[in-house]
Design a protein around this ligand. Sequence first.
Ligand code: PMP
Length: 353
Amino acid sequence: MSQYWSPIVSKLRPYVAGEQPRIANMVKLNTNESPYGPSPKALEAIREAVDDRLRLYPDPTAAELRETIAARFGLAAEEVFVGNGSDEVLAHAFQALLKHERPLLYPDVTYAFYSTYSLLYDVEAIEVAVDDGFRIRLQDYNRPCGAIIIPNPNAPTGIGLPLAGIKVLLDAHPDAVVVIDEAYIDFGGESTAGLVSTYPNLLVIQTLSKSRSLAGLRIGFALGQRPLIEALERVKDSFNSYPLDRLAQLAATAAIKDEAWSETCRRNIIASRESLVSELEVLGFEVLPSQANFVFARHQSRSGAALQAALRERGILVRHFAKPRISDFLRISIGTDEECARLVSALKEMLTA
Ligand code: PMP
């Protein structure tokens, strides 16, 4: 505490990000990055742009990138917003679209940033409990609200929602903005991107950090009809009118165009996930059904915290959340087959010791 702080600062319990190790050769399965590198075309775009032009400010409208994303989803560039990672897009959405007289609804259990941003931006929120199987029950969102935000698939559970259920939700709340956070949608879920033209109250948020392997460049985007995108632009322009740096804009444009590359990575990750799930089950884990690039699993007899610590000693990082309801679980990002094999053999050793 300090006398110099604004009052909100003492109330903030900021999100604590997963460890980014400084030690080489750790098996890093803790922050849901892709185990595969970005598209070679994205890397080439960056290399070609590292020159004297870096003295110039980037395009404040990120026109080429927005046109590329728009073309990919059959939308207009004015229906696309870009930001520094979907975390920043989410922050702008909280300020521009989610604060109303009536409360914001989001699931309990979900992505920890929603409660952080609610506090930071003074948004009154109600957390809607997931069921005993950690599933979101969309019928529980049939209550008065100003806005709704739901990740599909949910994080950290990995459980996806059917498109039909989201349509019912959108129809039931024509006066409320519904944000669907699709950070992990490319790993088997059903995207709502195709519904943007039909629903003026829908904002879809995606990222290039996962299926497009560009977490290090921080690129996220939102799709929505023009009034929603304009609201995000107004907040952005009042905050930092340059959405993305020059290199990120170019690399993202190339990565979105290289559909074949991300498709191959995506398929490999889904296949590795399915084998990892079977192996974890054999070792006595309950694994929630995942449509993401991670699995959420708990062991029948060992605590999540103990397993995480023991794995760390063996050079393997996984994520553990010390939160009620989910503290038994480990969230394990899908690595290469070799990384998954190292994890499984370490677990076997620990569990049979
Ligand atoms: N939404 C969800 C549900 C996430 O898990 C993450 C990743 N931590 C993000 C958004 C943010 O991803 P990024 O800022 O890298 O785009």
